[in-house]
Design a protein around this ligand. Structure first.
Ligand SMILES: Cc1ncc(C[n+]2csc(CCOP(=O)(O)OP(=O)(O)O)c2C)c(N)n1
Length: 399
């Protein structure tokens, strides 16, 4: 299916009423052709919201990528999602209690992140945004390390090269360029690892993302562009950002795009494995659009009730990624009540640890602001450091 507006096909001359009429007609065409959020023609799904295994025509070619998944693996994916949701919820609570300055919750996006995160190899490299707490978990970054920046006690919180997980990036879309450059380097090194860049539907409107798509296509770079289309860019809905389904954009750049049910952990795992394999085989970039929903606020500074309807959120609640895997595990005898009870206990322990560690985080050394500005030092930074030290010293002995 192509949702192609008349406005997109016919170049229009600028000026006056013609332009205004054109904009209006384009708006009407877009409104008329806009697809309902959950009724797209291509959607790779392996697990329905009711927890049933399915293989539609769109999904069948990806199923072999999870053919090796055991019941134990499924329990592992479930555990990952539950623990991620737990520490994410704890972080939201800590912000409400004044322990963090801000938090960007991943609520609702656990399957997209755990499915894609568990598809990665240790030597692959990840470029996240600021919401990839589930991917960080898969990379082995301790959850408490994610909270330092949000508490304002450090500028990052982990060494990117320890887990091949780059620092959180808040300049929207810029990390897709970093990932592309890194992937170009991987290809030059002749390595068979891959790179994955996470970004949102809103980021896809950024020029940086278009540039990343262009460069990676032309250089055939081993990169997977993993877009979590959570339907909202703060208060901006997707229909204000695009007129064709997001995954179809890849075609114009010369590489494949796939839309996957972002609330289906199994489908996300399968599609990401497929895309990573393409990258490793020298087949170049892939765009994966994980169709999901941001169940919470954009960040703790946002109030989504001002711009979106409760019915919409309720409809997505029924597609919850964790509940559908639980339903599947229960229906197939893959897990019993004792498993869920043990996991509940583990969640509590994690929540407690996160609270304790965050509250005990020491305030940073004031002079630390001058560290890590340049790899090898810089005369200007040295001068500023000295000036600031003298300024602080001027208070010594004062009241
Ligand atoms: C270059 C840039 N422009 C604007 C912002 C402000 N901003 C922060 S988050 C955001 C929306 C991002 O939406 P999306 O890419 O869909 O990701 P989501 O937050 O939904 O995960 C904007 C505009 C920014 N951080 N960087």
């Amino acid at each position: 299916m192509t949702v192609e507006s008349t406005a997109a096909r016919k170049p229009r001359r600028s000026s006056g009423t013609k332009r205004a009429a054109g904009a209006e007609s384009a708006r009407k065409t877009a409104a008329a052709t806009a697809q309902p959020h959950d009724a797209e023609p291509q959607l790779v799904q392996l697990l329905t919201p009711e927890g049933e295994r399915v293989e539609s025509a769109d999904s069948a070619r990806f199923a072999p990528y999870v053919a090796d998944i055991t019941t134990e693996d499924l329990r592992g994916l479930y555990r990952d999602m539950v623990l991620t949701r737990r520490f994410d919820g704890e972080a939201t609570a800590l912000q409400r209690q004044g322990e963090l300055g801000l938090w960007a919750s991943l609520l609702g996006q656990e399957a997209a992140q755990i499915g894609s995160g568990r598809a990665l190899r240790d030597d692959d490299y990840v470029f996240p945004t600021y919401r990839e707490h589930g991917v960080a978990w898969c990379r082995g970054v301790d959850p408490t390390n994610l909270l330092g920046m949000f508490r304002g006690v450090n500028h990052g919180g982990w060494d990117p090269n320890t887990n091949n997980f780059h620092l959180y990036t808040i300049v929207i879309g810029s990390q897709t360029l970093h990932a592309t450059g890194y992937a170009m380097g991987v290809a030059k090194d002749g390595a068979d690892s891959a790179v994955i860049a996470y970004f949102g539907d809103g980021a896809s409107s950024q020029g940086d993302v278009a540039e990343a798509f262009t460069f990676s296509a032309v250089y055939n770079s081993p990169v997977v562009f993993f877009c979590q289309n959570n339907q909202w860019a703060i208060s901006e809905p997707t229909e204000r950002q695009m007129r064709v389904p997001l995954y179809q954009r890849a075609q114009g750049f010369g590489f494949p795009g796939v839309r996957v049910d972002g609330n289906d952990v199994l489908a996300c795992l399968a599609v990401t494995r497929w895309a990573l394999e393409r990258a490793r085989n020298g087949e170049g970039p892939t765009l994966v659009e994980a169709f999901t929903y941001r169940m919470g606020a954009h960040t703790t500074s946002d109030d989504p009730t001002k711009y979106r309807r409760d019915e919409e959120t309720a409809a997505w609640e029924a597609k919850d990624p964790i509940l559908r895997l639980k339903a599947h595990l229960l229906a197939t005898g893959g897990a019993d009540e004792a498993f869920f009870a043990r996991l509940e206990e583990e969640s509590e322990t994690l929540g407690k640890r996160v609270r304790e560690v965050v509250r005990a985080m020491p305030d940073p050394d004031t002079m630390a602001i001058f560290e890590n500005v340049y790899a090898d030092g810089h005369a200007l930074v040295d001068e500023e450091r000295a000036q600031f030290a003298a300024y602080l010293a001027s208070f010594e002995g004062g009241e």
